[in-house]
Design a protein around this ligand. Structure first.
Ligand SMILES: [Zn+2]
Length: 181
């Protein structure tokens, strides 16, 4: 198992729609890759991670949701699709590809997502609140959309100086050199 380096904003792979995962890939490479993705998520303390955030062109993401006192729920999303959506909410969001940047993003409050799980079996997830936000954030990544793309133009402009400053720091960051926990 290994912690992977996380791609930062500005790296082209984050802007590209990912390729669908096929059953063969699922059987062969997925178990090890998923271990790495969850380990990376644990190491950096994130909620979700999409495969293209670690440099892989695959329609695959993982989410770790923790309710108080309960053990964290670890969800694998292979080729996920947004099946239903309703309501709206605007909450603060961050992203592992934008360390140090947070912004309030408008999202659907409730979603239904269909995907395959790690065994290749179809799953359906109904989510609201934080879980709904995390799902939409990861599904966006797989389409090549990052959270700042969802912000109004003026807000994006206001964030620009901070982004330029943060980008300089990101160049020195490599999560794969973090110690395992
Ligand atoms: Zn993200």
């Amino acid at each position: 198992m290994a912690i992977r380096r996380i791609c930062k904003y500005g790296e082209k792979i984050l802007e590209k729609k990912t390729r669908k995962v096929n059953q063969k890939e699922l059987k062969k490479d997925l178990p090890d890759l998923l271990k790495d993705m969850f380990e990376t998520l644990d190491a950096v303390g994130g909620v979700g991670l999409a495969a293209n955030q670690i440099g892989l062109d695959l329609c695959l993401a993982v989410i770790k949701i923790k309710k108080e006192d309960e053990e964290a729920l670890r969800i694998v999303l292979v080729n996920p699709e947004l099946a239903e959506k309703s309501g709206s909410m605007t909450e603060e969001e961050g992203c592992l590809s934008f360390p140090g940047l947070f912004a309030r993003v408008k999202r659907f409050s409730k979603v239904k997502v269909r995907a395959l799980n790690e065994k290749g079996l179809p799953i359906e997830i109904n989510a609201e609140g934080l879980f709904s936000k995390a799902l939409q954030h990861e599904l966006d990544h797989l389409e090549g959309v990052v959270f700042i793309d969802r912000l109004p133009f003026l807000t994006r402009m206001k964030l620009k100086p901070l982004l330029i400053k943060l980008k300089r720091q990101w160049r020195k960051m490599d999560e794969s050199k973090m110690k395992e926990i």
